[in-house]
Ligand binder design. Structure first.
Ligand code: 3EB
Length: 334
């Protein structure tokens, strides 16, 4: 029999709030602070492992000494490891992560990862996945439909069990390691309450990409607006794609301008529903910048400082899922 509602409230006592910040601190110091849902370390300078399931190492090399990324919520946070999934929950939100050794068959790996995620969410008190990150090796290796990102898209759709877009598309990032990590990494933010997937009027919906980009269109929304006004707008990995086509293959600067135009367009779209969101990326935003060529990281960092001086950022060496795309940005906006 179900427990009475009074002892197990269906919603958190406070509306869900997520604060994302980059911090110069140790994982231990951040994990010890009240309300810490997750801590991410990037590159070689960050610890590879930690006993606390809320810590995740992402092997992508950072430009300079990257701070840690910290997610905090209001209220008590529980955490553990179950069924190979590292998780934490609190304040109406859940962090989860799983890793699968990559033997080269990315289609099968993605299918297994997403099937496990579906099973997990179906049994979870936080069944609504708002945001997903996928980090994999050799993302643009292979030709035509055999390219690993395209195989990943096939496996993801099979694992979810739907080739058509589901009702609740999450915001997502799919990014490649520039050096083999040996592992596929999937992590997510889920919530008790469903959010609203948003599309970008400058871009074709990813799930409607034409056949030329692979046999299975990618299943993600361009951004996700959580149910609570106290939550930031969650921005998917955003590249210099207009319509469905990559732009400015010959210019990193022009690609970055296009990415920023896409991010502003997503913010404009979100503000129709939530006018209180700031009109521009600013001190309440946090952006992660993925740059294909290691030699270009310093230039991209300088351009970001010039365009968006107030926005905290991390610049990472990473491969975008189309070879001609030199830069991609994801993050949160509040
Ligand atoms: C693009 O616009 C760039 O497959 O989950 C961005 C974000 C991209 C998420 C995904 C892919 C994904 O198509 C690629």
């Amino acid at each position: 029999m179900r427990a009475p509602m009074s002892s197990f409230p269906a919603t958190a006592p406070h509306p869900a709030t997520l604060r994302v910040a980059y911090r110069d601190a140790t994982p231990d110091a951040l994990l010890a602070a009240p309300g810490t849902l997750a801590v991410f370390g990037f590159g070689d300078a960050a610890p590879a492992l930690h006993g606390d399931p809320r810590y995740l190492h992402v092997a992508l090399p950072a430009h300079g000494r990257a701070p840690l990324e910290c997610w905090r919520v209001d209220g008590e946070v529980a955490h553990g490891r179950s069924d190979g999934i590292a998780w934490s929950e609190g304040g109406g939100l859940q962090f989860g992560a799983l890793e699968i050794a990559d033997d080269g068959d990315i289609d099968t790996i993605a299918r297994q990862a997403y099937a496990r995620l579906q099973t997990w969410l179906a049994a979870s008190t936080h069944p609504h996945v708002l945001r997903i990150w996928n980090y994999m090796d050799a993302i643009t290796e292979g030709e035509g439909d055999a390219e690993r990102y395209r195989r990943f898209c096939v496996g993801r759709a099979r694992g979810i069990g739907r080739e058509q877009p589901p009702q609740e598309l999450p915001a997502a990032t799919a990014i490649g390691h520039p050096h083999a990590s040996g592992c596929f990494q999937l992590y997510w933010l889920a919530a008790r309450r469903a959010g609203t997937p948003l599309e970008n009027p400058r871009q074709v919906q990813a799930w409607r990409y034409p056949r030329q980009y692979g046999p299975q269109a990618p299943g993600f929304a361009r951004a996700l607006l959580p149910a609570e006004a106290s939550m930031p707008l969650l921005l998917s990995g955003t590249a210099a794609v207009v319509g469905h086509a990559s732009q400015h293959g010959d210019s990193l600067e022009a690609q970055l301008d296009e990415v920023l135009a896409n991010l502003r367009s997503l913010i404009d779209t979100a503000r129709v529903q939530r006018p209180a969101l700031p009109a521009q990326p600013g001190a309440g935003s946090v952006l992660k910048v993925y740059v294909r060529d290691a030699e270009a990281m310093a230039r991209v960092d300088a351009l970001m400082a010039q365009h968006l001086p107030e926005v905290p950022r991390i610049v990472l060496h990473a491969h975008v899922c189309r070879r001609e795309l030199a830069v991609e940005i994801d993050g949160v906006h509040a």
